[in-house]
Design a protein around this ligand. Structure first.
Ligand code: ADP
Ligand code: MG
Length: 703
């Protein structure tokens, strides 16, 4: 029977060899083994710099044997310990074997793998696996594999050789045209080159090909999604002169920024077409995305359709509902006292609403009386029926899965247009992968007159008195008629955390109420309050009857109270970079300079303090997001646990390989455009199907 990439490993390399590979790396098939690429290559003759070794590392070194000594040991001296002294010409390391050793003599160059230990202050490898250079001499290069103690690099190299010699049928996921254009060898030659190269350069080139291949297959999945979306139809919602949209623009109290105008125009044109819009609006915190979305919604209402705005939390949904109703004024008071002619209605729908209010909303949606509805995931339920849903706006996308977006969109024969808004700046690579099925608009400009937020780190470890100064600043701002947020990392009525060194909401609220802020009006806001309580508190803060809101990160996204000018973040080192950036975006939303104080007990020279200084040093969200990504792991970035061997990404880094991903995106889009169902490229079709099936496909979904 022909051996293919799908053949089980055992029969090909032997069960005894397959076992440690399965255990250490989860390998099951020949393909798993052949896609276990060398981490690097050693040139024969180039000895490993022994000074670079670190204790507890598993290493494979190439070194020359200087001397070999055998000593008797054990009861009666009946056993033999062998010490082999090897050198890289600059330093030495001792290899210790508790047996007699054959096949090694002074002057030999060999490969030795094992875990670096330290004995009497000197590095040594105990019982390393050793391997003469042997027939590798002809090629001049040794591959070094990601290895473990039970499956060392040399062992893997031998297993790979067996598999490479046995495998026959090798379909190539890269279409010939793509290979030719990029000067890549076919998959058979490339596997040979990556595992048994004749030069380091040859091995690296083959690795580059496989890195591209990973990006290419992933981008093909996304290109197919885009293609399918574009092939479906939506109802065109052309603008209507003198409609709600135009009247709203006339009464806007401010001028739109150039960026807002440009994107509003793009969105307006896409809504007017019968292709479904599928756009990501990525905007700096406070850049005014909501107005842009609202313009789109009004165009849809003008054309006789309805728009739904999906918010990630009840607090945000309620706030959006309030602010959209306020901005629209009498344009949103259809059938009510003072309602303008041709007005519409804006409704709210959340899970915790009473059944009466819910019924009212549902009725207005099914009859079409409400042109706009704002809600949480409660909007996604099957029972929610629209008269004519034309546009879905998703705010703060990272909290929603693509499936959830689809739940609202795919229900209809003609798809609603979709606009996704996110305030978390996303590095381009992530936009091309996680959000790869969306077109992207970026709103980077802030409205004119917006003062930059000033951020200071308050290191209470060195200077406890500075915390007093922070509360003084809060009092000063409130004295000037402004408001403040105090953000804490935990709520604090849970006993399990009672010995935490951080300040809880409950503790801090008590402390401030009895002390530094005793004569100010304090409110608290956290996720475990009932929706009604949250809503009441937010309304009170918004209308100025609360001076200082002590809150958890429920205020992180989207909360918009322009009169709030100062934020104190307690235990700031507990928060991530992007999260802090989001948080401080809550102040400085009006024409006043916002001030954000990051209180931390972290040591000045700790990485945590360094992170906080980075946040303080720039207000550029994109710069911070790059920094954030660089400090996080791939799995974090993709929002899913990358359990190593199950992952389809072996070589590609979503963080570093922007160029590769961009090139793959272009190539994949071209292939899909000329052959959407991949009938002419069955090997690619199979790779795409496999990717969509594996666990790792859900990182594409789970955003
Ligand atoms: P975000 O992009 O963070 O969601 P919002 O849409 O909430 O930002 O807008 C932030 C604040 O700026 C709101 O109070 C909004 O009314 C105001 N705003 C939006 N666009 C402009 C503009 N062009 N000029 C002045 N203020 C604006
Ligand atoms: Mg917003």
């Amino acid at each position: 029977m022909a051996i293919t990439l799908d053949s089980k490993l055992g029969p090909v390399i032997g069960d005894k060899s397959a076992k440690p590979l399965t255990k250490a790396f989860g390998m099951e098939t020949v393909g798993d083994l052949l896609r276990h690429y060398p981490r690097r290559y050693l040139e024969i003759g180039q000895l490993t710099p022994l000074s670079s070794l670190e204790v507890d590392q598993h290493v494979t070194i190439m070194a020359e044997v200087r001397a070999l000594k055998q000593f008797p040991f054990g009861p009666g001296g009946r056993r033999t310990r062998t010490e082999v002294l090897v050198t890289d010409q600059t330093g030495e390391i001792t290899l210790t074997f508790f047996t007699r050793v054959y096949g090694i003599k002074a002057g030999d160059v060999g490969l030795f793998s094992g875990v670096v230990g330290s004995f009497r202050g000197k590095l040594q490898l105990t019982h390393p696996q050793h391997d003469p250079i042997g027939d590798r001499l002809a090629r001049g290069v040794v591959p070094i594999y990601p290895a473990s103690a039970a499956a060392g690099s040399v062992f893997i190299e031998k297993c790979v050789a067996l598999a490479l010699d046995a495998v026959t049928d090798l379909p190539d996921p890269l279409p010939e045209g793509v290979r030719r254009e990029r000067h890549y060898e076919d998959v058979a030659a490339s596997l040979e080159a990556v595992h048994r190269p004749h030069s380091v350069a040859e091995g690296m080139a083959a690795k580059a090909r496989f890195r591209f291949e990973e990006a290419f297959v992933m981008q093909t999945v996304l290109a197919q999604r885009r293609h399918r979306a574009a092939a479906s139809t939506a109802t065109a919602r052309p603008p209507r002169e003198g409609g709600l949209h135009d009247r709203f623009v006339e009464q806007l109290p401010f001028a739109l920024t150039q960026g807002q105008q440009d994107i509003a125009e793009t969105v307006g044109a896409e809504l007017a077409s019968s292709h479904p819009m599928h756009r990501l609006l990525q905007g700096e915190v406070g850049s005014g995305k909501t107005v842009v979305a609202l313009l789109g919604m009004l165009q849809v209402v003008d054309a006789g359709g309805q728009a739904a705005l999906l918010a990630p939390t009840e607090v945000l949904a309620a706030q959006h509902h309030r602010s959209i109703s306020r901005m629209l004024g009498d344009l949103a008071r259809s059938g009510m006292l003072g309602g303008a002619e041709g007005a519409t209605r804006v409704r709210l729908l959340t899970g915790s609403m009473g059944s009466r209010a819910r019924q009212e909303t549902m009725l207005d949606l099914v009859t079409g009386a409400a042109g706009i509805v704002v809600g949480t995931h409660a909007l996604l339920e099957d029972t929610v029926q629209f008269a004519d849903l034309g546009l879905v706006v998703v705010d703060e996308q990272h909290r929603f899965g693509v499936e959830q977006r689809a739940a609202l969109v795919d229900r209809y024969e003609t798809r609603p247009h979709v606009l996704v808004m996110t305030a978390t700046p996303i590095p381009r690579t992530v936009a091309m992968t996680v959000f790869g099925d969306l077109d992207v608009s970026v709103l980077s400009e802030l409205p004119a007159g917006r003062q930059p937020i000033q951020t200071n780190v308050v290191p209470v470890a060195d200077r406890p008195a500075w915390l007093e100064r922070a509360w003084e600043r809060v009092r000063e701002e409130v004295g000037r008629g402004r408001q403040a947020y105090v953000v804490v990392s935990r709520i604090g009525d849970e006993s399990a955390e009672s010995d935490s060194p951080t300040r809880s909401l409950v503790e801090l609220h008590e402390e401030l109420r009895g002390g530094a802020l005793h004569d100010l009006r304090l409110g608290v806001l956290h996720g475990r309050m009932t929706a009604d309580d949250k809503d009441r508190t937010m309304s009170a803060f918004a209308d100025g009857s609360i001076d200082v809101l002590v809150a958890t990160t429920v205020v992180e996204v989207g909360v918009d109270v322009p009169n709030a000018t100062v934020m104190v973040v307690m235990d700031a080192e507990r928060f991530g970079i992007s999260q802090l950036h989001q948080l401080r975006g809550r102040v400085g939303r009006g024409s006043e300079t916002g001030l954000c104080l990051l209180v931390t007990g972290a040591d000045a020279d700790s990485p945590a303090a360094e992170r906080l200084r980075a946040v303080a040093s720039t207000t550029d969200g994109f710069e911070l997001s790059q920094l954030d990504v660089a400090m996080r792991s791939e799995g974090d970035v993709l929002g899913t646990r990358q359990s190593g061997f199950r992952s389809s990404l072996r070589l590609l880094s979503v963080v570093r390989d922007e160029d590769v991903i961009a090139a793959a995106r272009v190539a994949a889009t071209a292939v899909v455009e000329s052959d959407p169902d991949l009938v002419g490229v069955p090997a690619l079709a199979a790779a795409v199907a496999a990717l969509e099936e594996t666990d790792s496909a859900d990182y594409l979904e789970r955003t």
